[in-house]
Design a protein. Structure first.
Length: 202
């Protein structure tokens, strides 16, 4: 069985409807990947027991919906997509609880100059502008962290563990730096737009 690929194991499972050993193929998938899935969950949560529970949930979800797996992609890609979505959902749920409100609000970590940028960030009409400013203003780590925080809605302590940051302030320091860079870039962009409007005013 060890000579079979993940995808071949799934095909054998699908073909063995009446076989009493059918579940052994799923058992083999679990054996192969449980440690890595649990480790991934631990990187995200920092809690061994919580990570183990999440990993069990991930495999339960995966095996319950395994008929939806298409062999034109890798099983691991599909499995880790389930793991990511499940872990993010659980972390968002935890972060939304009152007793988990340890992280700073945007106002606590931003310059006063960030308010105009915050308004643009929240405007659907400005999404492309924001993406452009992020591409032009932030480095790779800042882009990853600001995306995890504001798009995936991960709490800062989870981002710190996931990205493997070792600086004292963790992800918060990168959020502060990124927002200040974006604020300056947005101010510059705004002046440019005002200049264009003034140039063509009648």
């Amino acid at each position: 069985m060890e000579d079979l690929s993940d995808e071949q194991l799934i095909e054998r499972w699908r073909a063995g409807h009446a076989s009493p050993t059918r579940t052994s193929f799923l058992d083999e998938l679990f054996r192969r990947h449980r440690t890595r899935v649990a480790a991934w969950c631990y990187r995200l949560t920092g809690d061994v027991e919580f990570a183990a529970d999440l990993a069990q949930d991930v495999f339960l979800k995966a095996f319950q919906s395994i008929d939806s797996f298409r062999s034109d992609s890798r099983f691991t890609t599909w499995l880790y997509s389930i793991a990511r979505n499940h872990c993010l959902d659980r972390l968002r749920s935890q972060a939304a609880q009152p007793d988990e409100a340890g992280e700073s609000t945007l106002e606590d970590i931003a310059d006063a100059r960030s308010e105009d940028f915050s308004a643009a960030l929240e405007s659907s009409q400005s999404e492309e502008v924001v993406r452009q400013l992020i591409r032009e203003s932030l480095d790779e780590t800042e882009t990853k962290i600001i995306t995890l925080h504001y798009v995936d809605e991960l709490p800062l302590d989870a981002i710190t563990r996931l990205v493997g940051l070792t600086n004292p302030s963790g992800a918060k320091a990168y959020i502060v730096s990124a927002r200040r860079k974006l604020s300056r870039a947005f101010e510059k962009w705004s002046r440019t737009q005002k200049g264009k409007r003034g140039r063509y005013a009648v």
